[in-house]
Write a protein that binds this ligand. Sequence first.
Ligand SMILES: [Ca+2]
Length: 493
Amino acid sequence: MGQAKLGDNGNMRSANASRLTRRSFLAASVSSSLLAARQAQDQPSAAKRPPNVVLLLADDMGCQDPSCFGGSAVRTPHLDALAASGVKLTNFYAASAVCTPSRAAILTGRYPLRFDIRQHFADDENHLPASAQTIGKRLQPLGYATAHVGKWHLGGLHVEHAANRAHSVPGPLQHGFQHYLCQIEQQEPRARMGRERTLFRQGGTCLLRNDQRVGVDDPLFSKHLTELIGDESLSLLQRFHQQDTPFFLNVWFLAPHTPYEPAPEPHWSRYKDDPVSEDQRYFRSMVSCLDAQVGRIVAKLEELGLRDNTLVLFTSDNGGAWEANNGPFKGGKTDLHEAGIRVPAILSWPGRIPPGQSLTDVAHHTDILPTICAAAGLGMPDAQEVDGHNLLPWLSGQAEAPERDVIFWQLDVYRTLQRHTKKPEPFVTEVARRGNWKLTARDGVPLELFDVGADPLEARNLLDAQPEIANQLVEALRAFLAAPRDRGGKRNP
Ligand SMILES: [Ca+2]
Protein backbone atom coordinates (compact mmCIF):
# COMPACT_ATOMS: atom_id res chain seq x y z
CA MET A 1 0.00 0.00 0.00
CA GLY A 2 2.76 2.42 0.98
CA GLN A 3 4.63 1.89 -2.28
CA ALA A 4 1.61 2.16 -4.50
CA LYS A 5 1.27 5.38 -6.36
CA LEU A 6 -1.80 7.45 -6.82
CA GLY A 7 -1.09 8.24 -10.48
CA ASP A 8 -3.71 9.30 -12.95
CA ASN A 9 -6.44 7.28 -11.33
CA GLY A 10 -6.16 9.17 -8.10
CA ASN A 11 -6.02 12.52 -9.76
CA MET A 12 -9.59 13.35 -8.91
CA ARG A 13 -9.98 17.02 -9.42
CA SER A 14 -13.25 18.87 -9.17
CA ALA A 15 -15.54 18.67 -12.17
CA ASN A 16 -14.95 22.33 -12.97
CA ALA A 17 -11.17 22.05 -12.84
CA SER A 18 -11.34 18.95 -14.95
CA ARG A 19 -13.46 20.67 -17.56
CA LEU A 20 -11.22 23.72 -17.60
CA THR A 21 -8.25 21.47 -18.24
CA ARG A 22 -10.27 19.67 -20.84
CA ARG A 23 -10.96 22.90 -22.71
CA SER A 24 -7.35 24.01 -22.62
CA PHE A 25 -6.28 20.57 -23.70
CA LEU A 26 -8.63 20.60 -26.65
CA ALA A 27 -7.63 24.08 -27.71
CA ALA A 28 -3.93 23.52 -27.37
CA SER A 29 -3.21 20.03 -28.49
CA VAL A 30 -6.08 18.31 -30.22
CA SER A 31 -7.32 20.78 -32.79
CA SER A 32 -5.18 19.47 -35.62
CA SER A 33 -6.00 15.84 -34.80
CA LEU A 34 -9.66 16.70 -34.50
CA LEU A 35 -9.62 18.39 -37.87
CA ALA A 36 -8.02 15.32 -39.39
CA ALA A 37 -10.59 13.10 -37.71
CA ARG A 38 -13.48 15.23 -38.99
CA GLN A 39 -12.01 15.23 -42.48
CA ALA A 40 -11.81 11.44 -42.28
CA GLN A 41 -15.48 11.41 -41.27
CA ASP A 42 -16.32 13.41 -44.34
CA GLN A 43 -14.79 10.83 -46.65
CA PRO A 44 -17.53 9.02 -48.56
CA SER A 45 -16.28 5.56 -47.61
CA ALA A 46 -16.46 6.38 -43.90
CA ALA A 47 -19.80 8.15 -44.21
CA LYS A 48 -21.70 5.31 -45.84
CA ARG A 49 -20.31 2.53 -43.72
CA PRO A 50 -20.99 2.19 -40.00
CA PRO A 51 -17.90 1.38 -37.97
CA ASN A 52 -16.81 -2.06 -36.91
CA VAL A 53 -16.67 -2.58 -33.16
CA VAL A 54 -14.18 -4.68 -31.22
CA LEU A 55 -14.82 -4.89 -27.48
CA LEU A 56 -11.91 -6.32 -25.48
CA LEU A 57 -12.51 -7.26 -21.84
CA ALA A 58 -9.94 -8.39 -19.27
CA ASP A 59 -11.01 -10.38 -16.22
CA ASP A 60 -10.04 -9.10 -12.76
CA MET A 61 -7.45 -6.67 -14.11
CA GLY A 62 -6.62 -3.86 -11.68
CA CYS A 63 -6.98 -0.21 -12.60
CA GLN A 64 -3.19 0.29 -12.63
CA ASP A 65 -2.05 -2.97 -14.22
CA PRO A 66 -1.46 -1.68 -17.78
CA SER A 67 1.72 0.37 -17.97
CA CYS A 68 -0.20 3.24 -19.58
CA PHE A 69 -2.29 3.44 -16.39
CA GLY A 70 0.75 3.63 -14.13
CA GLY A 71 1.71 -0.02 -13.64
CA SER A 72 5.39 -0.89 -13.61
CA ALA A 73 5.28 -4.65 -12.94
CA VAL A 74 4.10 -5.64 -16.42
CA ARG A 75 5.00 -4.17 -19.75
CA THR A 76 1.89 -3.73 -21.90
CA PRO A 77 3.16 -2.14 -25.14
CA HIS A 78 0.06 -3.04 -27.13
CA LEU A 79 -2.43 -1.61 -24.65
CA ASP A 80 -0.18 1.44 -24.37
CA ALA A 81 -0.23 1.87 -28.16
CA LEU A 82 -4.01 1.43 -28.22
CA ALA A 83 -4.34 4.15 -25.57
CA ALA A 84 -2.02 6.45 -27.51
CA SER A 85 -4.16 5.97 -30.61
CA GLY A 86 -7.30 7.12 -28.78
CA VAL A 87 -8.44 8.03 -25.31
CA LYS A 88 -7.58 6.69 -21.88
CA LEU A 89 -10.24 7.13 -19.19
CA THR A 90 -8.68 7.35 -15.75
CA ASN A 91 -11.89 7.48 -13.72
CA PHE A 92 -13.76 4.63 -15.36
CA TYR A 93 -16.00 2.40 -13.25
CA ALA A 94 -17.13 -1.19 -13.53
CA ALA A 95 -20.82 -1.81 -12.92
CA SER A 96 -19.92 -4.35 -10.25
CA ALA A 97 -17.02 -5.73 -8.23
CA VAL A 98 -17.49 -9.26 -9.61
CA CYS A 99 -17.85 -10.87 -13.04
CA THR A 100 -21.45 -11.65 -13.98
CA PRO A 101 -23.17 -8.42 -12.98
CA SER A 102 -20.61 -6.30 -14.83
CA ARG A 103 -20.92 -8.43 -17.95
CA ALA A 104 -24.70 -8.09 -17.93
CA ALA A 105 -24.31 -4.31 -17.66
CA ILE A 106 -21.78 -4.13 -20.49
CA LEU A 107 -23.99 -6.07 -22.89
CA THR A 108 -27.23 -4.26 -22.00
CA GLY A 109 -26.27 -0.75 -20.83
CA ARG A 110 -28.32 -1.35 -17.70
CA TYR A 111 -27.44 -1.75 -14.04
CA PRO A 112 -27.21 -5.44 -13.13
CA LEU A 113 -29.91 -4.97 -10.50
CA ARG A 114 -32.37 -4.26 -13.33
CA PHE A 115 -32.12 -8.02 -13.95
CA ASP A 116 -31.89 -8.84 -10.25
CA ILE A 117 -28.29 -9.98 -10.86
CA ARG A 118 -26.78 -9.41 -7.41
CA GLN A 119 -23.78 -11.76 -7.49
CA HIS A 120 -21.83 -13.93 -9.93
CA PHE A 121 -23.61 -16.93 -11.42
CA ALA A 122 -22.49 -20.09 -9.67
CA ASP A 123 -23.00 -23.54 -11.11
CA ASP A 124 -26.73 -23.30 -11.63
CA GLU A 125 -29.47 -22.33 -14.08
CA ASN A 126 -29.37 -18.55 -13.60
CA HIS A 127 -28.84 -16.61 -16.82
CA LEU A 128 -29.19 -13.26 -18.50
CA PRO A 129 -32.91 -13.19 -19.35
CA ALA A 130 -33.85 -13.82 -22.97
CA SER A 131 -35.63 -10.45 -23.00
CA ALA A 132 -32.36 -8.52 -22.49
CA GLN A 133 -31.67 -6.09 -25.33
CA THR A 134 -27.97 -6.66 -25.89
CA ILE A 135 -25.51 -4.82 -28.10
CA GLY A 136 -25.60 -7.71 -30.58
CA LYS A 137 -29.39 -7.71 -30.80
CA ARG A 138 -29.38 -3.99 -31.47
CA LEU A 139 -26.67 -4.14 -34.14
CA GLN A 140 -27.85 -7.18 -36.10
CA PRO A 141 -30.77 -5.39 -37.83
CA LEU A 142 -28.23 -2.90 -39.20
CA GLY A 143 -26.44 -5.70 -41.01
CA TYR A 144 -23.69 -6.28 -38.48
CA ALA A 145 -22.03 -9.66 -38.19
CA THR A 146 -21.69 -10.44 -34.48
CA ALA A 147 -19.41 -12.83 -32.61
CA HIS A 148 -18.39 -13.55 -29.05
CA VAL A 149 -15.05 -15.14 -28.12
CA GLY A 150 -13.83 -16.10 -24.63
CA LYS A 151 -15.35 -16.03 -21.17
CA TRP A 152 -19.11 -15.55 -20.98
CA HIS A 153 -20.40 -16.12 -17.44
CA LEU A 154 -23.96 -15.07 -18.28
CA GLY A 155 -25.41 -18.58 -18.20
CA GLY A 156 -26.28 -21.27 -20.69
CA LEU A 157 -22.86 -22.78 -21.29
CA HIS A 158 -23.18 -26.15 -19.60
CA VAL A 159 -22.81 -29.07 -21.97
CA GLU A 160 -26.44 -30.00 -21.27
CA HIS A 161 -27.62 -26.49 -22.16
CA ALA A 162 -25.83 -26.60 -25.49
CA ALA A 163 -27.07 -30.09 -26.27
CA ASN A 164 -30.68 -29.16 -25.58
CA ARG A 165 -30.82 -25.47 -26.31
CA ALA A 166 -34.48 -25.28 -27.26
CA HIS A 167 -35.48 -26.55 -23.82
CA SER A 168 -32.78 -25.04 -21.66
CA VAL A 169 -31.55 -21.51 -20.94
CA PRO A 170 -30.19 -18.95 -23.44
CA GLY A 171 -26.51 -18.76 -24.33
CA PRO A 172 -24.52 -16.42 -26.58
CA LEU A 173 -26.45 -17.42 -29.74
CA GLN A 174 -29.69 -16.34 -28.07
CA HIS A 175 -28.20 -13.06 -26.88
CA GLY A 176 -27.38 -11.49 -30.21
CA PHE A 177 -24.24 -13.34 -31.30
CA GLN A 178 -24.24 -15.28 -34.57
CA HIS A 179 -21.05 -17.09 -33.61
CA TYR A 180 -19.34 -17.92 -30.35
CA LEU A 181 -16.35 -19.77 -28.96
CA CYS A 182 -16.31 -20.20 -25.17
CA GLN A 183 -15.13 -22.61 -22.52
CA ILE A 184 -17.70 -24.92 -20.98
CA GLU A 185 -18.76 -23.10 -17.83
CA GLN A 186 -19.99 -25.85 -15.52
CA GLN A 187 -18.16 -26.78 -12.33
CA GLU A 188 -16.64 -29.88 -13.82
CA PRO A 189 -14.22 -29.67 -15.52
CA ARG A 190 -13.59 -26.07 -14.44
CA ALA A 191 -13.12 -26.72 -10.71
CA ARG A 192 -10.58 -29.48 -11.31
CA MET A 193 -8.70 -27.47 -13.92
CA GLY A 194 -8.67 -24.55 -11.54
CA ARG A 195 -7.22 -26.64 -8.72
CA GLU A 196 -4.64 -28.17 -11.04
CA ARG A 197 -3.94 -24.79 -12.62
CA THR A 198 -4.49 -26.05 -16.14
CA LEU A 199 -7.52 -23.98 -17.10
CA PHE A 200 -5.40 -21.80 -19.37
CA ARG A 201 -2.74 -24.27 -20.46
CA GLN A 202 -5.31 -26.91 -21.38
CA GLY A 203 -7.91 -24.30 -22.26
CA GLY A 204 -8.59 -25.77 -25.69
CA THR A 205 -9.78 -29.09 -24.29
CA CYS A 206 -13.11 -27.82 -22.96
CA LEU A 207 -14.43 -25.49 -25.65
CA LEU A 208 -17.87 -24.99 -27.10
CA ARG A 209 -18.25 -23.37 -30.49
CA ASN A 210 -21.81 -22.55 -31.49
CA ASP A 211 -23.15 -25.18 -29.06
CA GLN A 212 -20.84 -27.91 -30.37
CA ARG A 213 -17.87 -29.39 -28.50
CA VAL A 214 -14.55 -28.49 -30.11
CA GLY A 215 -12.92 -31.83 -30.88
CA VAL A 216 -9.39 -33.09 -30.58
CA ASP A 217 -8.82 -32.61 -34.30
CA ASP A 218 -9.46 -28.87 -34.07
CA PRO A 219 -6.25 -26.78 -34.14
CA LEU A 220 -7.42 -24.92 -31.03
CA PHE A 221 -7.80 -28.09 -28.93
CA SER A 222 -4.15 -28.15 -27.89
CA LYS A 223 -3.74 -24.43 -27.42
CA HIS A 224 -3.44 -22.07 -24.47
CA LEU A 225 -6.72 -20.31 -23.69
CA THR A 226 -5.51 -16.73 -24.07
CA GLU A 227 -3.76 -17.50 -27.34
CA LEU A 228 -6.67 -19.44 -28.80
CA ILE A 229 -8.96 -16.51 -28.00
CA GLY A 230 -6.56 -14.45 -30.11
CA ASP A 231 -6.53 -17.10 -32.86
CA GLU A 232 -10.30 -17.30 -33.10
CA SER A 233 -10.57 -13.50 -33.13
CA LEU A 234 -8.14 -13.25 -36.05
CA SER A 235 -10.02 -15.92 -38.01
CA LEU A 236 -13.26 -14.04 -37.46
CA LEU A 237 -11.76 -10.72 -38.56
CA GLN A 238 -10.59 -12.40 -41.75
CA ARG A 239 -14.06 -13.83 -42.30
CA PHE A 240 -15.82 -10.53 -41.64
CA HIS A 241 -13.48 -8.84 -44.08
CA GLN A 242 -14.29 -11.39 -46.77
CA GLN A 243 -18.01 -11.02 -46.08
CA ASP A 244 -17.57 -7.26 -46.43
CA THR A 245 -20.01 -6.50 -43.62
CA PRO A 246 -19.61 -4.29 -40.55
CA PHE A 247 -19.01 -6.43 -37.48
CA PHE A 248 -19.17 -6.50 -33.71
CA LEU A 249 -16.46 -8.73 -32.26
CA ASN A 250 -16.76 -9.22 -28.50
CA VAL A 251 -13.54 -10.64 -27.01
CA TRP A 252 -13.68 -11.47 -23.32
CA PHE A 253 -10.37 -12.81 -21.99
CA LEU A 254 -10.29 -14.97 -18.87
CA ALA A 255 -6.85 -13.53 -18.06
CA PRO A 256 -5.62 -12.43 -15.62
CA HIS A 257 -8.23 -14.22 -13.46
CA THR A 258 -7.08 -17.20 -11.37
CA PRO A 259 -5.78 -19.89 -11.67
CA TYR A 260 -2.42 -18.20 -11.92
CA GLU A 261 -0.40 -20.18 -14.44
CA PRO A 262 2.75 -19.48 -16.45
CA ALA A 263 1.77 -18.04 -19.84
CA PRO A 264 3.40 -19.40 -23.01
CA GLU A 265 6.70 -18.06 -24.24
CA PRO A 266 7.97 -15.47 -24.74
CA HIS A 267 5.81 -14.09 -21.92
CA TRP A 268 6.90 -16.47 -19.17
CA SER A 269 10.62 -15.90 -19.69
CA ARG A 270 10.16 -12.17 -19.36
CA TYR A 271 9.12 -12.51 -15.72
CA LYS A 272 10.35 -15.89 -14.46
CA ASP A 273 13.31 -14.39 -12.64
CA ASP A 274 11.55 -11.32 -11.18
CA PRO A 275 12.21 -11.16 -7.42
CA VAL A 276 8.54 -11.61 -6.49
CA SER A 277 6.25 -14.48 -5.53
CA GLU A 278 5.62 -17.27 -8.00
CA ASP A 279 1.97 -16.25 -8.35
CA GLN A 280 3.01 -12.68 -9.09
CA ARG A 281 5.36 -13.92 -11.81
CA TYR A 282 2.56 -16.04 -13.29
CA PHE A 283 0.23 -13.08 -13.13
CA ARG A 284 2.68 -10.82 -14.96
CA SER A 285 3.14 -13.34 -17.73
CA MET A 286 -0.63 -13.69 -18.07
CA VAL A 287 -1.14 -9.94 -18.48
CA SER A 288 1.69 -9.88 -20.98
CA CYS A 289 0.08 -12.68 -22.99
CA LEU A 290 -3.26 -10.85 -22.98
CA ASP A 291 -1.51 -7.70 -24.15
CA ALA A 292 0.07 -9.64 -27.01
CA GLN A 293 -3.38 -10.79 -28.19
CA VAL A 294 -4.58 -7.19 -28.17
CA GLY A 295 -1.58 -6.42 -30.36
CA ARG A 296 -2.41 -9.26 -32.76
CA ILE A 297 -6.03 -8.12 -33.09
CA VAL A 298 -5.10 -4.49 -33.77
CA ALA A 299 -2.40 -5.57 -36.24
CA LYS A 300 -4.95 -7.72 -38.08
CA LEU A 301 -7.33 -4.77 -38.34
CA GLU A 302 -4.47 -2.75 -39.83
CA GLU A 303 -3.49 -5.52 -42.22
CA LEU A 304 -7.07 -5.73 -43.51
CA GLY A 305 -7.34 -1.96 -43.88
CA LEU A 306 -10.09 -1.81 -41.25
CA ARG A 307 -8.40 0.06 -38.47
CA ASP A 308 -9.52 3.62 -39.21
CA ASN A 309 -13.19 2.70 -39.17
CA THR A 310 -13.11 0.34 -36.21
CA LEU A 311 -14.01 1.39 -32.69
CA VAL A 312 -11.86 -0.62 -30.30
CA LEU A 313 -12.76 -0.58 -26.61
CA PHE A 314 -10.79 -2.13 -23.78
CA THR A 315 -11.69 -2.47 -20.11
CA SER A 316 -11.85 -4.93 -17.21
CA ASP A 317 -14.97 -6.49 -15.72
CA ASN A 318 -14.12 -5.54 -12.13
CA GLY A 319 -11.26 -4.40 -9.95
CA GLY A 320 -8.21 -6.58 -9.45
CA ALA A 321 -8.01 -9.81 -7.45
CA TRP A 322 -5.01 -11.15 -5.46
CA GLU A 323 -2.04 -10.30 -7.65
CA ALA A 324 -3.41 -7.32 -9.57
CA ASN A 325 -2.38 -3.69 -9.19
CA ASN A 326 -5.29 -1.66 -7.86
CA GLY A 327 -3.08 1.29 -7.05
CA PRO A 328 -3.49 2.64 -3.53
CA PHE A 329 -7.26 2.29 -3.49
CA LYS A 330 -9.34 0.68 -0.76
CA GLY A 331 -10.73 -2.85 -1.12
CA GLY A 332 -10.52 -4.99 -4.24
CA LYS A 333 -12.55 -7.51 -6.19
CA THR A 334 -15.90 -8.31 -4.44
CA ASP A 335 -15.96 -4.95 -2.62
CA LEU A 336 -17.65 -1.71 -3.68
CA HIS A 337 -14.94 0.58 -2.38
CA GLU A 338 -12.81 2.12 -5.11
CA ALA A 339 -10.38 -0.74 -5.79
CA GLY A 340 -13.23 -3.13 -6.55
CA ILE A 341 -14.90 -0.97 -9.19
CA ARG A 342 -12.18 1.21 -10.74
CA VAL A 343 -10.96 -0.33 -13.97
CA PRO A 344 -8.77 0.73 -16.87
CA ALA A 345 -10.58 1.88 -20.02
CA ILE A 346 -9.39 2.73 -23.52
CA LEU A 347 -11.44 3.73 -26.57
CA SER A 348 -9.80 4.09 -29.96
CA TRP A 349 -11.42 4.98 -33.28
CA PRO A 350 -8.91 6.75 -35.51
CA GLY A 351 -11.61 8.02 -37.88
CA ARG A 352 -13.54 9.71 -35.10
CA ILE A 353 -11.74 10.03 -31.75
CA PRO A 354 -8.64 12.26 -31.59
CA PRO A 355 -5.57 10.38 -30.36
CA GLY A 356 -3.43 10.89 -27.29
CA GLN A 357 -6.16 11.90 -24.86
CA SER A 358 -6.31 11.14 -21.14
CA LEU A 359 -9.62 12.19 -19.59
CA THR A 360 -10.57 12.31 -15.92
CA ASP A 361 -14.35 12.65 -15.91
CA VAL A 362 -16.29 9.70 -14.54
CA ALA A 363 -17.61 7.09 -16.99
CA HIS A 364 -19.13 3.65 -16.43
CA HIS A 365 -19.67 0.21 -17.96
CA THR A 366 -23.28 1.08 -18.77
CA ASP A 367 -21.98 3.75 -21.17
CA ILE A 368 -20.53 1.10 -23.48
CA LEU A 369 -23.81 0.09 -25.14
CA PRO A 370 -25.09 3.64 -25.77
CA THR A 371 -21.66 4.60 -27.14
CA ILE A 372 -21.55 1.65 -29.53
CA CYS A 373 -25.16 2.25 -30.61
CA ALA A 374 -24.36 5.88 -31.36
CA ALA A 375 -21.24 4.91 -33.30
CA ALA A 376 -23.34 2.54 -35.41
CA GLY A 377 -25.83 5.29 -36.18
CA LEU A 378 -28.59 4.07 -33.89
CA GLY A 379 -30.25 6.74 -31.82
CA MET A 380 -29.82 6.84 -28.08
CA PRO A 381 -32.01 4.09 -26.60
CA ASP A 382 -34.91 5.23 -24.46
CA ALA A 383 -33.89 6.32 -20.98
CA GLN A 384 -36.11 3.52 -19.64
CA GLU A 385 -34.00 1.00 -21.54
CA VAL A 386 -30.47 2.01 -20.55
CA ASP A 387 -28.75 3.56 -17.57
CA GLY A 388 -25.61 4.76 -19.36
CA HIS A 389 -24.64 7.63 -21.63
CA ASN A 390 -23.23 8.00 -25.13
CA LEU A 391 -19.59 9.04 -24.67
CA LEU A 392 -18.85 9.84 -28.32
CA PRO A 393 -19.59 13.59 -28.37
CA TRP A 394 -17.28 13.95 -25.37
CA LEU A 395 -14.50 11.70 -26.65
CA SER A 396 -14.56 13.24 -30.11
CA GLY A 397 -14.22 16.74 -28.68
CA GLN A 398 -17.68 18.00 -29.61
CA ALA A 399 -19.11 18.29 -26.11
CA GLU A 400 -18.35 18.14 -22.43
CA ALA A 401 -18.61 14.86 -20.55
CA PRO A 402 -22.21 13.67 -20.11
CA GLU A 403 -24.16 15.23 -17.26
CA ARG A 404 -24.86 12.52 -14.72
CA ASP A 405 -27.29 12.27 -11.89
CA VAL A 406 -26.72 9.49 -9.34
CA ILE A 407 -24.78 6.35 -10.29
CA PHE A 408 -25.71 3.16 -8.42
CA TRP A 409 -24.04 -0.10 -7.51
CA GLN A 410 -25.51 -3.11 -5.71
CA LEU A 411 -23.75 -6.36 -4.82
CA ASP A 412 -24.72 -9.02 -2.29
CA VAL A 413 -22.24 -9.63 0.53
CA TYR A 414 -19.02 -11.47 -0.26
CA ARG A 415 -17.08 -12.05 2.94
CA THR A 416 -13.66 -12.35 1.39
CA LEU A 417 -11.86 -9.78 -0.68
CA GLN A 418 -9.81 -12.00 -3.03
CA ARG A 419 -6.84 -9.87 -2.02
CA HIS A 420 -4.01 -10.47 0.40
CA THR A 421 -5.72 -8.07 2.78
CA LYS A 422 -8.92 -8.29 4.81
CA LYS A 423 -12.15 -6.99 3.34
CA PRO A 424 -13.05 -3.52 4.70
CA GLU A 425 -15.79 -3.57 7.31
CA PRO A 426 -18.64 -2.96 7.72
CA PHE A 427 -19.49 -4.82 4.51
CA VAL A 428 -21.07 -2.66 1.85
CA THR A 429 -23.88 -3.85 -0.42
CA GLU A 430 -24.79 -0.61 -2.22
CA VAL A 431 -23.26 2.62 -3.43
CA ALA A 432 -24.96 5.80 -4.62
CA ARG A 433 -22.68 8.43 -6.12
CA ARG A 434 -23.48 11.95 -7.28
CA GLY A 435 -20.53 14.02 -8.45
CA ASN A 436 -17.75 13.21 -6.02
CA TRP A 437 -20.09 12.29 -3.16
CA LYS A 438 -20.10 8.54 -2.65
CA LEU A 439 -22.50 7.00 -0.15
CA THR A 440 -22.03 3.38 0.87
CA ALA A 441 -24.85 1.39 2.43
CA ARG A 442 -25.92 -2.04 3.63
CA ASP A 443 -29.43 -3.02 2.54
CA GLY A 444 -30.41 0.62 2.17
CA VAL A 445 -28.96 1.70 5.54
CA PRO A 446 -26.17 4.28 5.09
CA LEU A 447 -22.69 3.39 6.35
CA GLU A 448 -20.21 5.90 4.95
CA LEU A 449 -20.07 9.09 2.92
CA PHE A 450 -16.85 9.97 1.10
CA ASP A 451 -15.78 12.89 -1.04
CA VAL A 452 -13.82 10.74 -3.47
CA GLY A 453 -12.54 13.85 -5.24
CA ALA A 454 -10.66 15.11 -2.18
CA ASP A 455 -10.38 11.70 -0.54
CA PRO A 456 -10.03 9.02 -3.25
CA LEU A 457 -8.66 6.54 -0.70
CA GLU A 458 -11.96 6.71 1.24
CA ALA A 459 -10.28 7.45 4.56
CA ARG A 460 -12.65 10.11 5.98
CA ASN A 461 -16.25 9.14 6.60
CA LEU A 462 -18.33 12.35 6.37
CA LEU A 463 -21.70 10.73 7.01
CA ASP A 464 -22.33 12.68 10.20
CA ALA A 465 -20.76 15.88 8.89
CA GLN A 466 -22.90 16.06 5.73
CA PRO A 467 -26.38 14.81 6.70
CA GLU A 468 -28.20 16.65 3.92
CA ILE A 469 -26.09 15.14 1.12
CA ALA A 470 -26.29 11.73 2.77
CA ASN A 471 -30.08 11.93 3.03
CA GLN A 472 -30.46 12.87 -0.63
CA LEU A 473 -28.33 9.93 -1.69
CA VAL A 474 -30.14 7.52 0.65
CA GLU A 475 -33.45 8.59 -0.82
CA ALA A 476 -32.19 8.07 -4.37
CA LEU A 477 -30.70 4.71 -3.42
CA ARG A 478 -33.93 3.45 -1.88
CA ALA A 479 -35.85 4.41 -5.01
CA PHE A 480 -33.28 2.51 -7.09
CA LEU A 481 -33.58 -0.58 -4.89
CA ALA A 482 -37.38 -0.43 -5.07
CA ALA A 483 -37.53 -0.10 -8.88
CA PRO A 484 -39.01 -3.00 -10.90
CA ARG A 485 -36.62 -5.80 -11.91
CA ASP A 486 -36.67 -8.25 -14.80
CA ARG A 487 -36.41 -11.60 -13.02
CA GLY A 488 -36.76 -13.67 -16.18
CA GLY A 489 -33.24 -15.04 -15.80
CA LYS A 490 -33.68 -16.47 -12.31
CA ARG A 491 -33.80 -20.16 -11.61
CA ASN A 492 -36.77 -19.39 -9.35
CA PRO A 493 -38.22 -16.08 -10.55
CA1 LIG B 1 -13.97 -10.77 -13.03
